[in-house]
Ligand binder design. Sequence first.
Ligand code: 6R9
Length: 658
Amino acid sequence: MPDEIGTGAVGTIEGLLVETRRFPPPPEFAAQANINDPSVYERARQDPEGFWASIARELEWDQPWQTVMEWNPPWVKWFVGGKLNASVNCVDRHLKAGRRTKAAIIWEGEPGDERVLTYQDLYREVNRVALALRRLGIEKGDRVAIYLPMIPELPIAMLACARIGAPHSVVFGGFSADALADRINDCQAKLLITADGGYRRGRVVPLKETADRALDRCPSVEKVLVVRRIGESHQVTMQAGRDLWWHEVLAGIREQYCPPESLDSEHPLYILYTSGTTGKPKGQLHTTGGYLTGVYITSKWVFDLKPDDIYWCTADIGWVTGHSYIVYGPLANGATVVMYEGSPDWPDKDRFWDIVERRHVTILYTSPTAIRQFMRWGPEYPARHDLSSLRLLGTVGEPINPEAWMWYHEHIGRGRCPIVDTWWQTETGMILITPLPGLTTTKPGSATLPFPGIEPDILDEAGNSVPTGQGGYLVIRRPWPSISRTLWGDPDRYVKTYFSKYGPSIYVTGDGAKRDEDGYYWILGRVDDVLNVAGHRLGTMELESALVGHPVVAEAAVIGVSHEIKGQVPVAFVSLRAGYTPSDSLAEELRRHVAEVIGPIARPERVIFVADLPKTRSAKIMRRLLRDIAEGRVLGDTTTLTDPTVVEEIKRTWIAEH
Ligand code: 6R9
């Protein structure tokens, strides 16, 4: 979630960590992989537009496009003149292809209830909800806000919106009333779809009550559709004339079929807000044809989706990972997806492994934050379960520290499964830097190579490509089909944020990266997370990986704190694995360890032991808040944190030690 990128800092980010382990694709995996011909890279390089067009042709179009790509930097359009519908591609198409009785969604609620929807079931529900939306006055182009827990009605509602051409804006169910109201008001949604509640760690999350508080200041919302997830035990207030029960509205729908809108390739599919570290959230606008092409092919090639796979992405649909890799990508491939409502430690810390075992999950996609949490809980939880159904593992969301990668490989993949470390952003819509599991030799901690057709580069301040091994700004030099087209209602901010540092044809990601001698990419973290020690710009990522590489450390966050002489010095916040206790000698040992692994300039000035680190609900460590604490500032926005008490705790520790 990039924010405006500072242009003041000069220098380069130094990549110092060296990783020598290599994991070539297992031969049996490579032999059966959807993509195992390396010439695909060259083919895409020689004719990127032809490459993307050949992929787009695998989708179902009502009308073919005239122009593959129209580029007036920074503005781009894909498959111009083509018409299609995303819900037809994710649902109707599979009925014709013999997948009527195949499970589309295997859903598990936190309390243990379950629902399985075949493609036929999904088709029926999407059509009926689309008809209901039309009956409620929603027309093509109207925005629909969705604030739901992880229940089947969430993907159903999204696909129903797509069917009638009403862009949806999904707001993560953990967001506050203020965050919800800001998003609804920014996109001027006409309808809100919510639920009486959802389950999280055995408790009810009162979504309707939160929505009611938000709606007090959302004049654009005319109607609210309420799904009954909890029922009798959790009463909600229904406002007459505004609020309607989902099941009651659907009971009144007699027809079975809602003709899909035939939409321009560039018709808006959805708006999804990225909460930056400053300023108001940015409404990333994704459109139809290009987005679907990108998520379709990355799902097929990166996750190697096969007809018999049981694919589970553990993200919440409220984030882009859920949009692209629970809903649109896998369903466009006719895959079976697992969807889980609740927390990984409910009723116990082996819930994920229990789901993998019972559902015979073959492909698992999760985040480094989750993996580090599992490491901390200990290998005994996965060890209780038969995980032999797994054949491929993926991660996304943050740089994965090599030690977390190795743990995932050993304790979850049991040494057998390739790991795909996928780098991408809400803005990019699809995975851009990633291994292809049948082709790429992986190195723990590297997202490896650009996906075919993607042209990244790493630049210094002046815009020159940096030499091998040196860090710089990660950019993308040519458009790809699923790039966010603009920020809703704020095109100037779009240009300023992504297309001003190096001119309008170069997309600036906001991440730092380096390339090694094999051309592999190593993401060094957000450029605003770098520190500058005596003129050396260091990515926080490498210091953190060095710390996580020490056997006592569960998680680490490193920040730069002002220092009279050196400019900045690294300060490390560290949480320990179960069974270890903080001590001065341990702090000293960790400082020495970092100096040994990376070099003396990286030695943390201080190591502060904490119970937990502040993380956003999209599983990213919020280093900005740690900097605020360390430099004695008033804490910035904390509404996106998983657990706001964590920062208060750290603040107390910090003050006590000063
Ligand atoms: C998909 C998603 C985007 C930011 C991105 C980067 C970080 C994501 C990563 C990764 C290193 C990976 N990020 N995947 N860093 N390796 N494999 O997370 O989107 O929420 O918009 O965040 O996440 O910093 O710029 P989003």
